[in-house]
Design a protein around this ligand. Structure first.
Ligand code: GLC
Length: 516
């Protein structure tokens, strides 16, 4: 079961005897030399998720799965692997570098489905991909009538490939509802299989809004779950796989300490508050980090000019060039930016109420994002009416987002709820001062300027409270010295994964040592 650290390869010429010994299986008595390092088994972690950078990304989950495993794998005592679906959207240049391992068949209720296994190695982490064209050769990751069946197949495959790849993890770390069934299967159908008995499960909630709810009729027919386990997954008249994973996992977590508190209340839990409260002793909140190598203003190739916390001068070049690019007059006024999905929980209603008050100030406004049709139309209208002052970009554009993070002065993120949020951390690292509502990860990462922090914050979901701090920020901007030290403060915050990776490792140990 346990794998050992491999000793370094030496390049000394082999004698014939060594060659003979290497090709034969001979048992020698093991005598340990005094200076030999003790071979401790590596702790084995298997991440299961529906997206990860650089392969496939629709949201913040992909950033986390693209960087947390690497941060854990930096510790040589860990063997970290990840399983993802092999979507047809994964870029051909990445697909070409994958290794094909063969295929197995996975039984899902009465269906017996093909499951190809590919892998890709990067930064000390092995990514496995589950191939089935019927389920994953589609133009998008989610949004199909059979998403429940697709991710049930994916989750079942995760357990089925373990003997095939020869890897039974100590901790199965599943993320969001798409991977929830892997935890449920582990604790039900696989509970009595000896090879699976020592596997512990950790389930992480990135957003409690998406719980994976399905009609109870499909429990046996699609998910292949016996009726005796119905109580584990049934909630409020339907199958709720997030609820099932919370019940079945040894521990569960979410992506910030404050969100871990918030989801115990009806205001944030989208109906799951009683389940969360009942299991609260198993819950931990760990703040996400960001990839500080990729998001580094000193080296980011997307920027018009590079700069650092110590030498911020070139940030002005970034601003000027951004203004030029977006058709805004080049002038020294606060440039307020928003990069967001345009959906209600991002606080768009707050913005709508006071947008025109803000735009009557001597400021500029840049928006980048896509989302609900009515919000897109609203912002397009603002763009037309405030031409030369507001630049509205209804798009998803990674390159432009980095130009905005670097060229703006203030970053607006008034979310109604925000499990963690990554944009506020990226903005802070690019010395663009976040202005956030005090919720979830926003509360945990951005502290108010008045208290020596790195941004501006307001507490209640009240547009006029937000307007008040926008004015405070504009006033502070006018005080060049104060603004400069605020920029330095923001840009030197540590949002790397290192601290959070330590917390996850501690959590893995707790999960591992949990009985049952
Ligand atoms: C979800 C959350 C977001 C979080 C991300 C990564 O997208 O909405 O707040 O940062 O997951 O955990």
């Amino acid at each position: 079961m346990a794998e050992c650290k491999k000793s370094k390869k030496t390049t000394t010429k082999k004698t014939p005897l060594v060659e003979i010994l290497e090709t034969q299986t001979v048992d020698f008595p093991q005598t340990k030399q005094a200076d030999e390092p003790t071979l401790t088994p590596k702790r084995k972690i298997l991440f299961v998720a529906s997206e990860a950078r650089p392969f496939i990304a629709t949201g913040g989950l992909a950033d986390v799965i693209g960087s947390l495993p690497r941060a854990i794998a930096n510790d040589p005592t860990y063997d970290v692997r990840v399983v993802l679906p092999l979507y047809s959207d994964i870029k051909p240049e990445l697909r070409r570098k994958m290794t094909y391992h063969g295929n197995i068949y996975v039984q899902l209720s009465w269906r017996n489905q093909y499951c190809g296994v590919f892998s890709y190695q990067t930064d000390g982490v092995t990514f496995y991909f589950i191939d089935n064209e019927y389920y994953f050769k589609r133009p998008a990751c989610y949004g199909y009538y059979d998403d429940g069946e697709r991710f049930a197949f994916f989750s079942k495959s995760v357990l089925e490939i373990m003997p095939f790849i020869g890897f039974y993890p100590d901790v199965l770390h599943c993320h969001d509802w798409q991977a929830a069934l892997a935890v449920i299967y582990l604790k039900t159908a696989y509970a009595n299989r000896p090879e699976y008995q020592s596997i512990r499960a950790l389930f992480t909630i990135h957003n409690i809004e998406y719980q994976g709810k399905f009609s109870l009729d499909i429990l046996g027919d699609l998910f292949g779950i016996d009726d005796e386990y119905r109580n584990l997954v049934e909630y409020d008249g339907c199958i709720n796989v997030m609820k099932g994973a919370i019940e079945c996992s040894q521990r569960f977590s979410t992506v910030s300490p404050t969100y871990a508190q918030e989801i115990q209340t009806a205001q944030y839990a989208h109906g799951l508050e009683h389940i969360i409260q009942r299991n609260a002793d198993k819950l931990t909140g760990i703040l996400n980090g960001i990839d500080v190598e990729s998001y580094n203003p000193a080296t980011d190739p997307a920027l018009f000019a590079n700069y650092s916390a110590r030498a911020l001068k070139n940030k002005t070049v970034c601003k000027t060039e951004l203004q030029n690019m977006l058709g805004l007059p080049v002038k020294d006024v606060p440039l307020i930016a928003m990069i967001s999905r345009l959906v209600s929980h991002k606080g768009i209603e707050l913005i709508k109420t006071v947008a025109e008050d803000i735009l009557h100030e001597d400021v500029q406004f840049v928006l980048l994002g896509t989302g609900d049709f009515s919000y897109e139309e609203y912002f397009k209208d603002i763009g037309r009416r405030y031409e030369g002052k507001a630049s509205v970009n209804i798009a998803f554009n990674g390159d432009l987002s980095r130009k905005i993070y670097s060229g703006a002065d203030l970053f607006l993120m008034p979310s109604v709820s925000e499990p963690c949020g990554l944009s506020q951390m990226i903005a802070s690292r690019y010395a663009t001062i976040p202005l956030v509502r005090e919720t979830g990860g926003l509360y945990d990462s951005i502290k108010p300027y008045g208290a020596g922090g790195n941004g501006f914050t307001f507490a209640s979901c009240n547009p006029y409270d937000m307007l008040y701090v926008v004015h405070e920020a504009i006033d502070t901007y006018k005080n060049r010295q104060a603004w400069k030290s605020l920029m330095k403060k923001a840009a030197t915050m540590d949002f790397s994964w290192s601290r959070s990776a330590e917390e996850y490792k501690k959590l893995y140990s707790d999960v591992f040592n949990t009985i049952g």
